[in-house]
Design a protein around this ligand. Sequence first.
Ligand code: SF4
Length: 631
Amino acid sequence: MRDWVTEKILPKVEKPTRYLGTEWNAVHKPWDDVAVKMAFAFPDVYEVGMSHLGLRILYGLVNEQKDMLMERVFAPWVDMEEMLRQYNLPLFTLESYRPLSEFDVVGFTLQYEMSYTNVLNMLNLAGIPLRSIDRTSKHPLIIAGGPCALNPEPLADFIDIFLLGESEELLLEVLAVIKKNKKNGLRADRDRVMEEVVKIPGVYVPAFYDVTYQEGKFKKIEPNRPGVPKRIKKRVVADLDKAYFPTNPIVPFMEIVHDRIMLEVLRGCTRGCRFCQAGIIYRPVRERSPQTLLKQAEELVRKTGHDEISLTSLSTTDYSCIEPLINRLVNIYGEQGVGISLPSLRADAFSVGLAEEIQRVRKTGLTFAPEAGTQRLRDVINKGVTEEALLEAAQAAFSAGWTSIKLYFMIGLPTETEKDLEGIAELARKVVELGQKTLKEQGVRKRVKVTVSVSSFVPKPHTPLQWEPQDEIEVLKKKQSYLKSLLRDRHITYNWHAAEVSFLEAVFAKGDRQLGKVLEAAWRKGCKFDSWTEHFRFQSWLDAFKECNVDPGFYAHRKIKYDEVLPWDHIDVGVTKKYLIREHQKALRGEITGDCRFVNCPGCGICSRFGVAVVQKGGDTRNAAVKNRIY
Ligand code: SF4
């Protein structure tokens, strides 16, 4: 098949290297020598999926097992899909060019709600029934993980098994059950596998739960058989130094979104921004030691030839050994021309020293995320960054030679007023003025460039703001236009996200099983690649809601009461509801909560309930009270 596709199809599609599968470090295992075969399915294009660290980790981990293999499949771009349909070819993996239907397992990663239609499209292209109920042991098991799996209900009809939390803890256990149940090379009995895997902590099998609704509202979800947990706890890696990390990732032939080495310095973030789902679901903070990271960097540079090392995490500047680590990396790799980059930075943790270290090798882009334009609103969302800290960070960056800075903000946050929007423009202008002054003092004749990127608030499950409504689309649009009028400045570039997309994101983020039929209807109307502007069909979505008699505003625009059962209440991410309510109330009072790495533990609940702890390699800066706390 490979030869045929290469000859007949690839010359006719855009970016054929997306489909080659013969990249450096790609793993091609002999098919018949391996007991369990899994396809890792990324519901977006190659260049987005290949930038995903989770794929790199799981691909390496599974392929290191003697009797297991993992191959990759990405959402084919529309031209490739047309070819597949035209020639009646099933969707195949890149390594062996085998149809997905030949695998034991197809595992989707759910990074973003707007990729859900692509999940359905990929199943359809593979000839696999969309709904779990229509599949038999002739079909692969369809599993899913990733952040969106922590409210799995909108996809409950389509996914057989969800893996909750950090999958490297859990995936091999699930694959071992499948292996055990395979006889004479035949596919394992699907019901038996589901009955066995549901006993593994972190596994959720939606078919084993019944949902009751009352007047359209989600009322309860209960196991429909014995031996199934009422609440499912996510899985957490306790020690990152002992966790598997791939040092020979695939090096793509083409440019991908993050075309560089990713060194994961820490996981989790306890800054406590109240809108941020990642900050809750990846708790607690666990750091990797600099020794482990330096060893990994050495292998990664040698085995990939990349010329950039990105220190990734939710908040890299919070890494307790950040300055010595960067210093060591720059000393070792600077002369080889390997640059060091950091993703979005916290302004209050960005120092002159850090700026100087990074720019010793190369000036990569610099992004700060103040999120809101005034201190009052930053306190509401617990973004503890002050204007002073932001300006100091900007000053450090301009002095170290940067001329362009990106600032991220959010509009539509609870309690927001016009003054908060004006604050965004004022802050951006202050950064421009500071840059102009600093560059002038240094005799630099370059223009300062500030990019203001504005997204709309999406209330996400498991966060303190989950009970809050999202602004109506028209309100968000008015706010976007107002900001546009305020940001007319040749030094400022203003970007904003489509309000319609944020609306659908909110609907599916907080949705329940009733959305399954809408999702399928929208896909049947041609919706796919919904996060790609050129493919987003809002009217088709509205038609799908109407056809299914489901009001999307019910999910996005309603203020939810504390005593209402939430569709994700049966998923335990470690943080207690009591803590989330406390944080929500503090948000409405504009009170801040400190980071448990630096002040007393505010009692989110995960450490004692999950038997894990905050791990800081630069020394524990916290109090010890957390160990004995009762939640
Ligand atoms: S339990 Fe306390 S120390 Fe542990 S992550 Fe939550 S707030 Fe931090």
